[in-house]
Unconditional design. Structure first.
Lengths: 216, 216
DNA sequence: GTAGAATGAAACTAATTCGTATCATTAAAA
DNA sequence: TTTTAATGATACGAATTAGTTTCATTCTAC
């Protein structure tokens, strides 16, 4: 989180070009992310963010107004990246493995930890993370389940998602587990699909809608 | 979180009895919990805790040394309460419903949110929460599954636990969902048991160990 | 009874940190 | 060329807050 900025050795002073302004803005947000992830919102000082971005505090306040502004803008930028474009040729199994791998990554865990911690102070931030991240994942899982196992089975997409996260996801949030490799993620995904009877080998029959459907 | 302390109208000053000291200690920790839950560790000031406990800052520092001391002692006290004694006459279904209801409660969600937020600063606090809370739940689920569905099915206790928490648990952490009622928890639990084929109606056959077992 | 421990009340210290201001400097704009 | 916006560097103000100290007080311990 420190050696990732070998960019400009010495920064020029005067008025920057318009392109320079755009670049600097992104530079600040990119630098703010790891700082927030490491320290959390409260302990992440503006001075530290400024140092990481190789920019003075003054510039940060010019661009974002205050610390909250940096935080929300950073999250807004992340939300745009989270929604990766769907790969056309993808099976349910490979999609599940990708989700597991991505959600257990250090960056995602850090972001989730941060958003959970500040969910009371920044409720719409939590809303964005859930809508743009989780709900899209669930919808995409539902699409694949529907294609491979029929309409009835698609109702279990959310439960499948919960299984893909699993207790390991919570262990990651609690700092009790290291990030998983892609291979481990694939194994985990297969195990989840198997227990919910969504492997391609044994598709779900018609007796899917068991107990009361989740009301939420 | 404020009208819950109509205790002593006016506190005496002088030296307290030994019993009084024990009581005051608990009083401080009890008052600290809701303050930490509401504000988080960073924004929970010692002054606020002192006010909530009807005690002066001075007393808090005498008892706990510093703010971290209050925090860790509070969590240590909670850990003792989390492990509720097992009810002898309980089915897997009722146990599952109890777990769902308890983990979605406002107090538990607040505690988890807090521990997740501070897991980097207080790693052993996260460890305690996981060992004394989650792992005991999983073990108890495994016991019931073993009794009702055989040894092979018990391997899925952790996956069942993940389903019992579900996406709703994460929505609770993110502040996007209100606590569930006991009835809703029961429905949720039945749905989880059904999807994992652990309802008493249709017990799991021998074809349980599907893909690679979780490696964690 | 007396000494001293523990507390309330409240002021105080020291450190942190958000946000602003000053001054020099560079380059875009006019 | 002149003007001006934006920046670096740095100092500063104001607010918050962890932790300490002082003084009076009241009760336990002996």
């Amino acid at each position: 989180m420190d050696s990732a900025t070998p960019a400009s050795p010495v920064r020029k002073r005067g008025r920057p070009t318009e392109a320079g302004r755009v670049e600097r803005r992104g530079q600040i947000l990119d630098a703010a992310l790891p700082v927030f992830l490491e320290y959390g919102f409260g302990k992440a000082t503006v001075d530290r963010i400024a140092a990481a971005a190789r920019v003075t505090k003054r510039t940060i306040y010019t661009y974002f107004g205050d610390k909250d502004g940096v935080f929300t803008e950073m999250q807004r930028r992340l939300a745009a990246n989270v929604s990766g474009e769907p790969l056309r040729t993808e099976t349910l199994e490979s999609l599940a493995a990708r989700i597991v791998y991505g959600l257990h990554s250090a960056q995602m865990i850090g972001l989730h930890r941060l958003v959970i911690a500040e969910s009371l102070r920044f409720p719409e931030l939590a809303r964005r993370l859930h809508d743009n991240g989780d709900m899209r994942h669930i919808a995409r899982l539902a699409d694949h389940i529907r294609a491979e196992h029929g309409q009835a089975a698609a109702a279990h997409a959310e439960q499948l998602y919960a299984l893909l996260l699993g207790e390991d996801y919570r262990r990651r949030l609690l700092g009790l587990l290291e990030p998983v490799t892609a291979a481990e993620a694939a194994v985990h995904a297969r195990s989840a699909l198997a227990v919910i009877q969504l492997t391609t080998a044994s598709p779900l029959s018609g007796a899917a809608s068991a107990a009361g459907a989740p009301s939420t």
